[in-house]
Design a protein around this ligand. Structure first.
Ligand SMILES: [Zn+2]
Length: 286
């Protein structure tokens, strides 16, 4: 465990040296009181890493599991809200990095849930080993995750249903090859809105990976450009992104209103700007 924490800190340090990066392991596990986002959707993550609980009388769906170190905090938040981890039927994931999926093994054990990932992320979740075609592979190879039990592949466009709940998977590869964003609808006080859980859209690299062309993941640039366009085009009233601050969640919480019709477009714009910066650095030979 200690080794993994040191590796996580090293990776975060490497990421922090990139312009505009926000990886910080202390912020990742900083405490956060759980709160209602809209309707039956609750924020149960840490201050630095999102996790959402979508509840129903037929059982609950959890989206993302943050780090292994954060899993006890997520379980505490779920109980604090009056829900039972054993009632979680599915754990959905965004992408196969340890800051979003590292806690999933423990959360799966506590709940007995089925864990859903994309065709490319499920093998990483199941084995705990990073994908060799990951743009950050060099920074991940020394920090495997605990292998996750009871995994299943979700298809692009598949609707995951549980009682009254219906969440749609949108493949959004590029940050990793296995990234998924999720959409569903929520009603609160008669107001029905389009909810989005958006995956990371940042072109972050390690080990000399190049988005402008790299045999390790030849489609990286085309994938992330397509995923940025996908997220920009989603019906999107309430947005939560895998890193909450990256999409302005805390500003909206302070305002007391999570509805923002421009949220997904602004978030996509940030991803596009990041990609342009990464490509410009690669063109300079940086
Ligand atoms: Zn990531």
């Amino acid at each position: 465990m200690k080794t993994r924490i040191i590796h996580a800190a090293l990776l975060a340090g490497a990421l922090s040296s990139l312009p505009g990066a926000h990886a910080d392991p202390d912020a990742w596990t900083a405490p956060q009181e759980p709160f209602k986002v809209h309707g039956n959707t609750w924020y149960v993550g840490t201050h630095g890493l999102s996790a959402l609980l979508v509840t129903s009388p037929a059982g609950h769906i959890l989206i993302d599991g943050a780090t292994a170190a954060a899993a006890p905090q997520i379980l505490r938040h779920i109980r604090q809200l009056g829900f039972k981890p054993e009632d979680i039927r599915y754990i959905l994931t965004s992408h196969e990095h340890f800051d979003h999926a590292g806690g999933v093994a423990a959360l799966q054990r506590a709940s007995g849930a089925v864990v859903l990932g994309s065709a490319k992320s499920e093998p990483v979740l199941r084995s705990g080993l990073p994908d060799k075609g990951d743009p950050q592979y060099a920074g991940l190879v020394d920090s495997p995750m605990t292998p996750v039990a009871n995994t299943r592949v979700v298809r692009d466009g598949e609707v995951v249903t549980l009682g009254p709940l219906a969440l749609t998977a949108h493949y959004t590869p590029g940050h990793t090859q296995g990234g998924v964003s999720w959409t569903w609808r929520e009603t609160d006080h008669g107001r029905t809105v389009a909810m989005v859980y958006a995956d990371s859209l940042t072109a972050v690299t390690a080990g000399g990976f190049r988005y402008s062309g790299d045999a390790r993941y030849p489609g990286a640039r085309a994938d992330i450009e397509k995923s940025i366009a996908t997220v920009a085009g989603l019906p999107c009233d309430v947005l939560v992104s895998a890193h909450p601050e990256a999409s302005g969640l805390w500003e909206r919480k302070a305002r007391g209103d999570f509805i923002d019709g421009n949220g997904c477009k602004a978030y996509a714009d940030k991803g596009r700007a990041w990609l342009q910066r990464t490509l410009a650095e690669e063109a300079k030979g940086g």
